[in-house]
Write a protein that binds this ligand. Sequence first.
Ligand SMILES: Cc1cc2nc3c(=O)[nH]c(=O)nc-3n(C[C@H](O)[C@H](O)[C@H](O)COP(=O)(O)OP(=O)(O)OC[C@H]3O[C@@H](n4cnc5c(N)ncnc54)[C@H](O)[C@@H]3O)c2cc1C
Length: 450
Amino acid sequence: MATPTRVKYLIIGAGIHGLSTAWHLGQHMKAKGQEPRNTDEACDILIIDKDGIASGASGIACGVVRNNYYQPAMRELMAHSVSVWESDPEAFSYNPVGYMQISHEGMHENICEIYEQQKAIGYESSLIEGKDDCTAYMKGIFDDWQAQGITSVLHEKKGGYANNTKAMYGLAEKAEAAGARIMTGTEVTGFQYSGQSVSGVETSKGLIECDELIVGVGPWAKTIWDMMDLPKTVDIKAADGSMHTDVNMWIYWSLQEGTLGVDPNFLKNNEGGMPPVIHVDTDAPLISDEDGSVISEDPWGIYYKPDFHFNGVQGGAMPFPVEQDADKVAVDPYGPASPDFVVGPEFAHMWSSALAHCQKRFEGKGHLFGKEPSGGIGSFTPDSFPVFDRFRENVYFIADSNHGFKMLGVGALVADDIMGKGSALLEPFRFSRFAEGKLHPVSNSPYPWS
Ligand SMILES: Cc1cc2nc3c(=O)[nH]c(=O)nc-3n(C[C@H](O)[C@H](O)[C@H](O)COP(=O)(O)OP(=O)(O)OC[C@H]3O[C@@H](n4cnc5c(N)ncnc54)[C@H](O)[C@@H]3O)c2cc1C
């Protein structure tokens, strides 16, 4: 198959955003009675990826789909995405088991607000408050529940998790069925311009001219952003009106995740069914399940779920900021220049002890922690929320700030926006919010993504 030399919509990145945008652009064209062309001579929707489908963050994500966001704009966006997951659970390998945010008193007030606002948008959840009621509720799901310091449980009845690579292959099939072509092994190396707009993309397989360019490159965002000469720093107007100048546009966090090599069925609930995704944040001391030492006296958090891809119970803990030079990390976030990628024994010890803190069945199981690399680097914007916006007249940049496996619906909204329908749900995520001070509220969660 030859490389098309001119396309209407050129998409960089075969991850969740590139694939879902292609799927919806194809549907838009079909709805207008235009069958997308897909020949070497004339191609309307082309996705290119330097590696393959799901070779980036979308292929290593834990796959959790949830809505417990403190930011109203994020909640509404997630509710929309959850509806897309629910539209074809089989194709997306989606397990709609629900999600539980189980928290200590320091987060109680935020969680109540989230619950009220979920109710307001019709997103089904239950709120349990008070230590004893929380314990009783959790024991009703897992009779070995023993986590301490918990005073609220927000049980989202929707959401759950998807098997990451299977979901991406399901999405790729939908994109292809909608008329898009996917070309793997094609690396973007530069851009050509006509005035402000991008007229062509230089790739390892030659120049591809395009009318519209869509960028969905996950943790490689900085590389493509810099290649296009977009601003390396931003000025941010804080809530009190003061300006923070020259703030770096991109920062990196190392996401700590791993798998305990037990049978995934090990985590079944009292009824023998698959449990919701569990996320615990507590201020109870974390004691080592191995040697009784104190691991943490500060609040800590973990999440976990059964996993049939890695075969075990998979999850993670709080990430940490990456100290290395951002320019080096951006080039190859999952390569040898990014050693933070591989989680070490410290994480294994913390996470397996935390599992044992939560449920008795995990006691003495730390030695089963998987040796294969897990976790990875996430690329974040200055306020840790997505930027979905147009740049250079014809470039649509989808930078999800590492929120995005769950954002299956963003591609539909981006396609609406590109087709001129606009998107109220994407408006709060424009780049201009930094300078205008239209920032999202900040929660008490220890995670940069809640
Ligand atoms: C360890 C980890 C766990 C996560 N868990 C969750 C979770 O449970 N739930 C959740 O909602 N989110 C999660 N995330 C975040 C989520 O995975 C990402 O936000 C999302 O997958 C990003 O999707 P994307 O399509 O933008 O990018 P990606 O999936 O990274 O795809 C980008 C693609 O661009 C290609 N590319 C890059 N540079 C070039 C180039 N120069 N030329 C051509 N192609 C290029 C890459 O090869 C890659 O395939 C997690 C992230 C990590 C790292």
